[in-house]
Design a protein around this ligand. Structure first.
Ligand code: DGL
Length: 251
């Protein structure tokens, strides 16, 4: 069946995936999007891998039942824990998972010093080890950022307390890094503050645009890109209107 006219589902533990949705909509404005944020269960990044897996599979099952042509897992944490299972479970749709943009960083700095800021789950999963292992000439710093996802979920991306937390986390790397990879989809919303703390000489990278390009490419390959129209439906498991409002604001 040609699924061309079905929507693209975009999933994250909360509002973070909106940083990816933005790139998808920029590249493919004529598509219909169904965004689901699981804020009732966020953050995922401090949970066990098994918990993240179950939450992700449950959310994916509900989205799939509604009839979609593509599932974009706009959450590095959920990708690290469940992407292989999702691909096995849904071979009849396009399943994409975002990953830290380390490749981009290493292309630009093949012998460089690169930081990856991500959740605890992403940093401890085997998937990241494989990725880092592909670039033995690059020195990689793993930088966890406990508390940052919560601040973004509370709409405090630009608040002084967020800047204070980022200063504390990033100060030890000041003057050392060539690039920093934002390996969690909540973090692009604090990009300006990260840039300000590390200075203009450091490249701040994320995987949103690359994920959008990859999605477009795979849909094109199957003949599933639609033309004309375009819509967005935003849903959140918390049922809280302020999270939907925050989502629209971030978009
Ligand atoms: N936005 C998610 C990611 O990209 C994680 C946020 C969370 O900890 O729930 O990793």
């Amino acid at each position: 069946m040609n699924k061309k006219h079905l929507p693209i589902a975009v999933f994250d533990s909360g509002v973070g995936g909106i940083s990816v949705l933005k790139e998808l909509m920029k590249l493919m404005p004529e598509e219909d999007y169904l965004y689901f944020g699981d804020s009732a269960n966020a953050p995922y990044g401090t949970r066990t891998t098994e918990e993240v897996r179950v939450l992700t599979l449950n959310a994916a099952a509900k989205l799939y039942e509604r009839g979609i042509k593509c599932l974009v897992v706009a959450c590095n944490t959920a990708t690290a824990a469940a992407i292989t299972l999702l691909r096995e479970e849904y071979p009849d749709i396009v399943v994409i998972g975002i990953e830290p943009a380390l490749k981009t960083a290493t292309d630009r700095f093949p012998r460089g010093h690169v930081g990856i800021m991500a959740t605890q789950v992403t940093l401890r999963e085997e998937k990241l080890e494989h990725l880092v292992g592909r670039f033995p000439d690059v020195m990689v710093e793993r930088i966890p950022a406990p508390g940052l996802v919560e601040l973004v979920e509370q709409g405090k991306a630009d608040a002084p307390e967020t800047e204070a937390l980022l200063r504390e986390l990033l100060q030890p790397y000041s003057g050392q890094l060539d690039a920093i990879v934002l390996g969690c989809t909540h973090y692009p919303f604090v990009r300006k503050t990260v840039q300000k703390i590390l200075g203009d000489g450091v490249q701040v990278l994320d995987g949103g645009e690359g994920t959008a390009r990859h999605t477009s490419h795979l849909l094109q390959e199957r003949g599933w890109r639609k033309s004309g129209g375009g819509s967005l439906k935003m849903e959140n498991s918390s049922g809280r209107q302020e999270l939907l409002d925050l989502g629209m604001e971030l978009l």
